[in-house]
Design a protein around this ligand. Sequence first.
Ligand code: HEM
Length: 426
Amino acid sequence: MTDYSQTDIYTDISLVDDPWPYFEYLRERGPITPLPHRNVLAVTGFEEALAIYADPTSFSSVNSVTGPIPDLPFAAEGDDIRGQIADHRSQIPFGMEVSGLDAPLHAPMRSLLMPLFTPGRLKAMDAGFRHVAEGLIAQFPASGKVEFIRDYANPLATLIITELLGIPRQDRPIFRKYFAQGTAAEVGASADVIATNPLIEMGMRIAGYIAARRAEPQDDLLTQLALARFPDGSEPSLEQAARVASFLFGAGQDTTVKLLGNAFRLLCERQDLQGELRADSTHIPNFVEEMLRYEGSIRASHRLCQRTTEVCGYTIEAGTTVWIANLAVNRDPRRFVDPSTFDMDRPRLKEHLAFGRGSHTCAGAPLARAETRLSLELLLRRFADIRIDDRHHGAEGSREFRYENSYVLRGLSELHLIFGESARSV
Ligand code: HEM
């Protein structure tokens, strides 16, 4: 039995590949339980996570991406630190991104994004998204041997966001290069590395597009963003507009890549499910939803308690970091019957917290669902037999998989598959 009593989730890489026993250890200690380092409370209970997401007055999102690393640039004082957070926001990594903002700054920035993800907009983009996915599938080698993360999921996620925004085609390879490597919130990395925001360089490029669209509008989403107004009618600065656009890559890239990887690993390990979805593609949306609950791609999100408060009978003091373990929360047996079983027929499939909840709930969830469904639909229709490549992962029964070394993401760093027996063309 592993002794987890001194485990530091931010440095212990042994939790990366298999975090499940640790989550059960925490759950046994209660749905909210203190960790031994960095003044962090771990949340594994569904009801408790929901209560925290629903209370942005007490829980700031300023540390949502990086959690307690690096240290706050101030020493928390008293039962209400909202003023201190406001004074230091710009010094906190990712604190100025839409995911890190609190009221009253958050809603206006979020309002710039929401028109990008309406059902009508996504429907209009469907043919473009298919074209992107089919282009990647057409490049699969004749052997069918594909490193799925590198050769499909990663470029798909980048190219779909560039397609959505209308980034000029000739510039898209540059964006693919930005996301070909690198890990978010790497376990054990130095505070300087964690605090580095890769979106800044890309934001400068996007600011250039937006400035050009303001001068000469075109028929694309970058123009819509360039000309958007805040709800009070004021014009976003160039920096604000570029920041939300570039944040889409930060939020929508690795999350989608990892979900695709987790989904295809399961589909290959469960050939019965693969057969079921191939025989009847109307089950794909339920598969995606249950996948998000069963093994979504966000391992955890953070909050900073900014006002001492009580959550489900537990007092949380201002200055405490709250670590919401989304993976564990989605397997809370008090909420989900038989939570470790993958069951596409469970009731209320969409209740999971894989996309968070509340005012910061994932803005790109409709896009993430659309990309995952589309990939399943196209690949299952095109290939009659998709399997794990034993040469890389070992034979059935003794397989090995490496997961991305991140304390916020959950997903494979590599997934070697063999796409066989072309059924019909896409
Ligand atoms: C499977 C894929 C995805 C997962 C699991 C996921 C998960 C999440 C979660 C859990 C949050 C909330 C974080 C918090 O409350 O601290 C979030 C926020 C966000 N996500 Fe996603 N996401 C995914 C894909 C996407 C995509 C494709 C986009 C857009 C291209 C996107 C854009 C955003 C944005 C803009 C936010 C911040 C919203 C706000 O703070 O108001 N996400 N996502």
